[in-house]
Design a protein around this ligand. Sequence first.
Ligand code: TEU
Length: 556
Amino acid sequence: MDEHTWWKEAVVYQIYPRSFNDSDGDGIGDIPGITAKLEYVEELGVDAVWLSPVYESPQHDNGYDVSDYRSIHSAFGTMEDFDRLLTELHDRDIRLIMDMVANHTSSEHEWFQRSRSEPDGEYGDYYIWREGSPDEPPNNWESAFGGSAWEYDDERGAWYLHLFDVHQPDLNWRNPAVRRELFETMNWWLDKGIDGFRLDVINLLSKAEGLPDGDPDSEWVGSEHFADGPRIHEYLGAMHDAVFAGTDVVTIGEMPKLDLESARRYVGDGPLDLVFPFEHLELDFGAAGRWDVGPWDLTDLKAVFDTWQRGMEGHGWNTLFFENHDQPRSVSRFGNDEEYRYESATALATILLTLKGTPFLYQGEEIGMTNGSFERLDDARDVDTRRTVQELLEAGVIEDYEAIRPVVEYRSRDNARTPFQWDGSPHAGFTDGEPWIAVNDDYPEINVEREEARSPSILSYYRDLIALRGRMDTLVSGVYELYYPDDPQLYVYTRTRGNHQVVVVINVSELDRRVDPDALGSDGSLLVSNYGDVAVEPSGALELRPYEARLYEQSR
Ligand code: TEU
């Protein structure tokens, strides 16, 4: 593996276009809105932007239901707007990573329309159809959003598979024409000069022969037959050869249900550069799974990261992320979004930017945006949240919305999708119109303008740490080693490159903590602190305050 690949040195910023900045007052963020904020993005110091889907789409799943891969959804702008965004990003030396949704299309895509109306036509075999009685789905697989993964289509008189929403039919990757079309589409975007793809649920492409029933007790029924399925490496190998070979674009596979062993087959010598695993974001699932909240603890979080940090060393490269558009806000989840919002958000930033791997930062994380409140089910917009709650109500698992509201307010994907908070003006400066989803009530207190005026601020801490990572190779390629794995309060590790070492010491708790870390030598000098007023005394014990994070550098 080449040590100096751009994406190993990069920090990536994810933009969810619908919620970033609205330029035309329709309440929906758009591409010109993003272009207008590039100075902000550049000042953050990030090297690349990952843009969630902007393709033509009926927006049942906010663009992850694509109806035309080669045009831009009108609420987001035009192809000219897109081209301008790309040029302006490149002018600022920022790369652009597009989101490719290849497992499914929208049910409004022409391929699906023709597939359902002409079963024997060119597109008849583009999707996963099964004959059978309308009363009994072909197997027991479940949709990720609740309910059966099958829908009976009256027009064709057959069932089709949808692992996500009913408006997101799964493509039939066994069909070589489907593979060809998608590879061509990806090449079409590469020809525009984009710098990579984040590949949506890409380990779900290959479904087991015969579509057998799944274990009914599984968290996602059927997943053992479609996650990392039998032909997945053949498909991704073909994608690599047809699209990525000979380019320096980055490919990041989003992979539900991924463990380290499978991950190692996708990266390194495998077909992709990077993967997004989710083990660390499942630690707070309750006994009933994702729509239930359980306690997480630091030793488990450290153990998951440690497994991946050590497991990838010499084999592949990790991604680092706490947030994306599907996850709750990290400061509300792993920190304290009230009394210690600044301290815990910066402690999390320290982890994100000093472990080994490519950090992915999600819009708003850098100003410590928090989870929203969704008083009624109608306040939620997310198809996953709405459908799941509906299912639970219909099944009698819950009596009313109130019974599940705390879980929704903790877990719902909408927590990440409330509008970006720019300033203290109405709707947080996101739009002049009515936003498609309500702005978080805390916007007068939490917004970019306020952050710029504060010192210290979460935003300035992010900027400083991103800049430090950019000039300190040890933070990019240094070998990682964990200390005190069983300590429920302390997160201590080193990054070592040659004779240069960075020691990371974080108190991930609300209690003071005294420690004399083994890793810290007498020559250690303080590099960064989120409290800002630390006495430089590495030889003695450190008195760490709640969520205090420090970086020392030393030679070894
Ligand atoms: O998400 C895939 C996925 O399995 C989860 O992240 C999911 O959204 C949720 O957390 C339920 O398990 C990707 C996209 O990121 C998501 O926005 C889309 O809804 C989904 O695929 C379908 O395209």
